[in-house]
Design a protein around this ligand. Structure first.
Ligand SMILES: Cc1ncc(COP(=O)(O)O)c(C=O)c1O
Length: 353
């Protein structure tokens, strides 16, 4: 730490992204990326014409992409906010709706960036324990008047709230904002985006990083009523109005329009997820009922940390979290069928001893 860092940030514990070792070629199942390339339409969209225009600033309204997203969700441009990854959208939301000295509630086991943003923005975070079976119970949020953020499906458990449960959460308090982080919802197919038309205290956040094979592009977005979106725009125009560059806008627009390509990828991932869940269960693992593109599993006799390390030795990266409640689990991203067969075979071999 330099002597110049503000005291405000001296205790900040930054988010730790999944490792990206370069010592050998790994089967990378540790950051919930897609095993599939982006749609060919995305590649086409990054044309020479777009590149030649890079001397100009991008459209600060991000019109093309917001219109394409609006059409996709049956809403208007004024109901769509876009960010540099959904992390950016989450950050703007916490900034806007909690504010310095404000409060936020989320599950105790969830996406690791929420506590980091809370700390960065001076927000008091209450971490509400998941139930013993790792489920989120919406009744546990009833008494909170501050904004609530819930990843649905949750990470790293993969467990999902039903639309009815989400609606119960929204109805608990119409004066409280509910932020549903649906980074993985394309694999769960029960998005609350439609409910944003009915409720003005709901925001739904999604990303292009998982189901749309564009983690490297950095695009996420929110769907909500126009007032909420205007507040987010105020934050964005006060911080970085050009958070979406011209190439990103074109590429993401092409992606959102090619739903046939992505539906096919999503369905393959779901098949591979169910195959992997069944194989791990046969091997004696406790496997949570994931509705996302990753599996959270624990073996009664084999330590999760040792399994993570042994798989890494064998060229397969999975994610291990040392946090007490989940230290017996590994999180395995669902990749291609070949990748999942490889991980299943290696685990079988490891368990044989
Ligand atoms: C629950 C959840 N939300 C948001 C994100 C951020 O995704 P991105 O910033 O790539 O859109 C992630 C990334 O892994 C996540 O797991």
């Amino acid at each position: 730490m330099s002597k110049f860092l503000s005291n405000l940030y001296s205790a900040l514990e930054p988010y730790t992204p999944g490792e990206q070792p370069k010592d050998k070629a790994y089967i990378k199942l540790n950051t919930n990326e897609s095993p599939f390339s982006p749609s060919p339409k995305v590649v086409e969209a990054i044309s020479t014409e777009v590149i030649n225009d890079l001397n100009l600033y991008p459209d600060p309204e991000v019109s093309l992409l917001r219109d394409a997203l609006a059409e996709n969700f049956g809403v208007n441009r004024e109901n769509i906010f876009v960010g540099n990854g959904s992390d950016d959208v989450i950050a703007f939301s916490i900034m806007a709706f909690c504010g310095r000295g404000g409060s936020l509630a989320c599950p105790d086991i969830t996406y690791g960036f929420y506590p980091v943003y809370a700390e960065l923005f001076g927000v008091n975070l209450t971490e509400v324990p998941l139930r013993d079976d790792f489920s989120v119970k919406v009744e546990d949020y009833k008494s909170f008047n501050c904004p609530v953020i819930i990843a649905n499906p949750n990470a790293p458990t993969g467990l999902m709230l039903s639309l009815e449960e989400v609606e119960t959460l929204i109805n608990q308090n119409p004066n409280r904002l509910v932020i549903m982080d649906e980074a993985y919802m394309d694999f769960g197919k029960a998005s609350a985006a439609e409910l944003t038309k009915k409720y003005n205290n709901l925001m739904v956040i999604q990303t292009f990083s998982k189901s749309r094979s564009l983690a490297g592009l950095r695009v996420g977005f929110a769907v909500a009523n126009a007032e909420i979106i205007r507040d987010l725009e105020t934050m964005r125009f006060s911080f970085n109005p050009y958070n979406i560059n011209s190439i990103t806008m074109r590429a993401a627009t092409a992606a959102i329009k090619d739903s046939a390509y992505y539906d096919n990828c999503i369905n393959k991932i779901i098949d591979n997820r169910e195959y992997s869940k069944a194989e791990l269960t046969k091997m004696g693992f406790k496997v949570l009922n994931s509705k996302s593109n990753f599996i959270f599993a624990s073996h009664p006799e084999y330590s999760a940390k040792a399994l993570y390390e042994e798989l890494k030795n064998r060229g397969i990266l999975v994610r291990y979290f040392s946090k007490e409640r989940i230290k017996d689990f590994v999180r395995i991203t669902v990749g291609s069928k070949e990748q999942m067969q490889a991980v299943v075979n290696e685990i079988k071999d490891i368990l044989k001893g």
